[in-house]
Ligand binder design. Structure first.
Ligand SMILES: Cc1cc2nc3c(=O)[nH]c(=O)nc-3n(C[C@H](O)[C@H](O)[C@H](O)COP(=O)(O)O)c2cc1C
Length: 206
């Protein structure tokens, strides 16, 4: 699969998981994440692989609570549409990769981070995207879950206070990756055209 194929085929995966990935494939995918660019070469990411069924179930129960919190903020058509959308495959995937941001990995003077603290977090997101594309090239599914409170996930996997949870990624084998994003398929929201986001010289000039 070439890179553009992987970019086009990458899909957030929820209902299609059949089980956890083979260990050697997971190793390659984590290796791809670890090769991401990072501000000041700080490599501020940390990955916790979670397979314990009790931990998966505990996280799933927490996510279900947060799903209901969001659902209760919706009305009418939005509430009805959201009720049909699955937001995670935590138990079905059999593997969670919890991604954390550790701002201390490169000491105080991080080259390139002095003016924009968020560059550390950007770096972690690039590692996640590397992981996601590599998993796609390997035929795996990845589902990013963000229906959680950071303190809950920090305690669940034992991150120290200075490590910020960034994502729970369900990673697993799939029967197939969907062609169309679930949010589009269920009528929640579709992808906007490229022309709507590209501006010429100054914002507002398309
Ligand atoms: C930061 C972030 C958080 C997300 N959180 C969730 C989530 O909690 N549950 C979910 O089902 N999808 C989640 N997604 C997936 C998006 O819904 C998905 O990327 C989007 O609908 C586009 O679909 P695609 O990734 O298949 O192209 C998240 C994606 C990102 C980047």
């Amino acid at each position: 699969m070439d890179l553009y194929d992987a970019i086009a085929r990458r899909r957030d995966t929820r209902a299609e998981f059949t089980g956890p990935p083979q260990p050697d494939i997971l190793e390659r995918v984590l290796g791809a994440a670890h090769r991401a660019p990072s501000v000041g070469m700080s490599q501020p990411w940390v990955f916790v692989t979670v397979r314990d069924p009790g931990t998966l179930r505990a996280f799933h129960a927490h996510v279900e609570t947060e799903r209901q919190v969001f659902a209760s903020s919706l009305e009418g058509e939005r509430a009805e549409t959201f009720s049909r959308i699955k937001v995670e495959g935590i138990v079905e995937s059999g593997l969670g990769v919890v991604v954390g941001y550790d701002p201390t990995t490169a000491g105080q003077q991080v080259l390139g981070r002095h003016a924009i603290a968020d560059t550390g977090l950007y770096s972690v997101c690039l590692a996640i995207q590397n992981l996601w594309l590599a998993a796609t090239a390997e035929g795996l599914g990845v589902g990013w879950v963000s229906f959680y409170r950071e303190e809950f996930l920090r305690d669940l996997v034992g991150f120290p206070k200075h490590v910020r949870p960034v994502a729970w990624l369900c990673v697993g084998e799939v029967d197939a990756l969907p062609d169309v994003p679930d949010l589009e398929r269920f009528g929640w929201r579709g992808r906007s055209p490229l022309s709507a986001v590209v501006h010429d010289e100054r914002y507002g000039v398309t």
